[in-house]
Design a protein around this ligand. Structure first.
Ligand code: DGJ
Length: 390
């Protein structure tokens, strides 16, 4: 009977339409791209994207996503491979473009395999035509003590990037907003006080003012979590967690983006911010950061200024959601703000859900940035697409 029904109805218009819908609908649904924060995100080869603590460059119609290539297990918290780069034209689909900057097999090299290489960001320099990468570098076997900036350069956005060197920025330069009467080396008493505090990158009840900055005047300022930002006039800035993570610093880059230009300020001193990410909208600069709790997520913070040089004013937590979501930034930590090309004031908050015990399994939390009363706001979305965030 079923066989005869099938035979009889097979070519009827109703059955044909149903059949066509059954085939076409899932395909149509699958074809609508979307972001699914926190889920596995396969590249063009079906492999979960490996670009943690990353940043995105848009150049000539293509997006380039650079990030830390992690390996499995706890070893993945060190750099075993280098900086991975992926390309995309729509931000949803990413093609593996390989390793843009590789670690070195030479144990004496700054980038010796097993060093710590975090939060790489890349800019295109219109004057030189070069692609310039900055990253946070910790020398192999020294934990987080070195606190250096690494710089690499390439002729093409996918590399290969050539390592130029690493250093602590702004050696021998005073921050512009350090009062003239504070521009002096530490006294023996101050040095002793500082040593007794045993600062290790986390908040302390009373931050010792400008002592760390003054201590590091000659050798250069500590530079850990970082981002880069290019302003409308093409000037670029390096924003980094400095002074044992107690204070952020914002430092202008030379016109070729390869070095600090010798002009920098201390920002939110003693507030222990890391994971900086910046956007500019309507003449205002907004700075997302996190607190300092290692790989564990904490509450995001937002600050605003009308000049990159500050003064910066804290606006509190930009997250809206359950108390837990707001307390741990949707279980993630900021890494970059991605301006969507061709759409005015459209930005994506890029963050990492770290998995330090199996670093390669870290997840990407990409969320739309809404503006309420002209202030950025973050809300959780299980799934969303650009232009349809509500
Ligand atoms: C938090 C930073 O934001 C990460 O980039 C990384 O340095 C971890 N701390 C290490 O604990």
């Amino acid at each position: 009977m079923i066989a005869s029904l099938v035979r009889r109805d097979f070519f009827s218009p109703r059955v044909l339409v149903t059949l066509l819908l059954a085939i076409a609908l899932p395909a149509a649904v699958a074809a609508v791209p979307s972001f699914r924060p926190g889920e596995l995100w396969p590249d063009d080869r079906g492999v979960h994207l490996n670009a943690h603590g990353g940043g995105v460059l848009w150049h000539d119609g293509t997006y380039y996503w650079y990030g830390e290539h992690k390996v499995a297990g706890g070893a993945g918290n060190r750099a075993e491979v280098g900086v991975h780069v992926y390309t995309s034209r729509d931000l949803y689909h990413w093609a593996d473009a390989g390793i843009a900057l590789a670690v070195s097999d030479d144990p004496a090299h700054d980038l010796a395999r097993g060093c710590i290489l975090e939060r790489p960001k890349v800019l295109h320099n219109a004057r030189t035509g070069k692609f310039v990468m900055w990253f946070h570098l910790e020398l192999k076997g020294q934990g987080y003590r070195a606190a250096r900036s690494g710089v690499a350069v390439a002729d093409a956005p996918t590399g290969p990037f050539r390592f130029l060197g690493s250093f602590r920025p702004n050696a021998g330069v005073w921050p512009e907003n350090l009062p003239a009467d504070a521009r002096r080396p530490l006294s023996a008493e101050e040095a002793d006080k500082l040593q007794k505090l045993k600062l290790v990158g986390g908040p302390v009840p009373s931050f010792p003012g400008d002592l760390v900055c003054r201590r590091d005047f000659a050798g250069g300022q500590m530079a850990r979590d970082m981002t880069l930002f290019v302003d409308d006039d093409g000037k670029a800035y390096h924003l980094y967690a400095s002074e044992e993570n107690g204070t952020l610093q914002i430092s202008q880059l030379t016109d070729d983006y390869l070095r600090p230009a010798g002009r920098y300020v201390r920002v939110l001193p003693g507030e222990f911010n890391e994971a900086p990410a910046v956007l500019k909208r309507g003449g205002k600069y907004f700075l997302f950061t996190s607190g300092c709790t290692g790989w564990r997520p904490n509450a995001a913070r937002l600050a605003v200024a009308t000049s990159i040089w500050g003064p910066w004013r804290s606006l509190g937590n930009p997250c809206v959601g359950t108390p837990e979501q707001c307390a741990n930034t949707f279980e993630s930590q900021s890494t970059f703000v991605l301006p969507v090309q061709g759409r005015k004031d459209t930005f994506i908050f890029m963050a990492d859900r770290w998995r330090p015990k199996d670093a390669i399994d870290g997840r990407y939390i990409w969320l739309p940035i809404a503006f309420e009363n002209d202030v950025p706001v973050l809300r959780w979305h299980d799934e969303w697409c650009i232009g349809d965030e509500k």
